[in-house]
Design a binder for this molecule. Sequence first.
Ligand SMILES: NC(=O)c1ccc[n+]([C@@H]2O[C@H](COP(=O)([O-])OP(=O)(O)OC[C@H]3O[C@@H](n4cnc5c(N)ncnc54)[C@H](OP(=O)(O)O)[C@@H]3O)[C@@H](O)[C@H]2O)c1
Length: 326
Amino acid sequence: MQTIRWGIAGLGKIAGKFAEGLALVPGAKLVAVASSSGERAQAFAAQHQVPRAYDHFAALAQDPAVDVVYVAAPHSDHHPLSLLMMQHGKAVLCEKPLAMSLTQVSEMIATAEARQVYFMEALWTKFLPQFTRLQQLVQQQAIGQVRSVHAQFAFVPPFLPERRVLNKALGGGALLDIGIYPILLANSLLGPPDQLLAQAQFGPTGVDEQCNMLFHYASGATAVLSCAFAYTGAVEATIYGTEGYLHLHHPWHGLCPALSWYNGQRELVEKIHFAHHGNGYNHEAEAVGHDLRAGRLQNPMVSHEFSRQLMATLDRTRLAAGIHYD
Ligand SMILES: NC(=O)c1ccc[n+]([C@@H]2O[C@H](COP(=O)([O-])OP(=O)(O)OC[C@H]3O[C@@H](n4cnc5c(N)ncnc54)[C@H](OP(=O)(O)O)[C@@H]3O)[C@@H](O)[C@H]2O)c1
């Protein structure tokens, strides 16, 4: 099997988790990392046994022994770093949200196409076992026609105004950081909404700390979605159909314990438990490896068009809710 040689650009919390997941992927090797801080790069490389550590991103882009770069920087850096890597011929797996706007995403996709390099948004949730099973059940019409998606993600982050989650200059705020998960579920099952309503509330650093959304589809289906940094919420999703409903316990993460399937009489048909392998980030990395070995330039589950529509939905939600960035 051809070994896929990985690099990571941006060495925060998620980069560490991804490196742990990647270590379990057959035929994958983390060979280089880059940070804006040389010290952070050295420390990360020592912790994860990475041969090369760079204190600037261009060095990683120019490393000939790197096939694919995982861009794990704050949202505001996804666009410039992905472009830099692709312009040097690297395949790119870029963290969510893919960028700050549809305009940026379109430029990134156009660059991938022009350079003929692989490009995918790191929507790891789409590769987790619960998501695959959910989509199978929906396709098999286990709950009839999907009529409504209810989903939420809420937690209270530590108050660190300089770090990316609450820092507007770095693309902070609940919608882009965690609201993207309920939206990606709705978009996966129902496509982009025909109409939407959204309302946000803002915290002391100026970022949205709550966003409530109502999506309408021409079919008559709806989605009721929310995200917040203002309270601790149950991380759950329910998909309602004409003949029952599916309830996901902890849908977005690698440790989803179960998916409950109810029939039209609200009786439990099956509680499906999932066997977990690794921390969950291994699944998306494995998918990228399969794509690269097969010569694909995009992933069938997280296609360029899916990411384009996801970003378009985020842009429309921001507009409706009055969430602005400079
Ligand atoms: N898929 C997921 O489950 C998931 C989860 C969390 C986040 N994400 C996404 O991944 C991206 C990065 O998120 P993150 O949670 O990893 O962010 P983070 O921990 O706040 O790190 C963000 C950046 O801050 C810098 N940094 C790291 N440690 C630092 C420190 N102690 N002091 C100052 N700066 C430091 C690093 O930049 P340098 O490398 O340049 O030094 C790093 O790239 C975001 O776009 C986010 O949406 C995805």
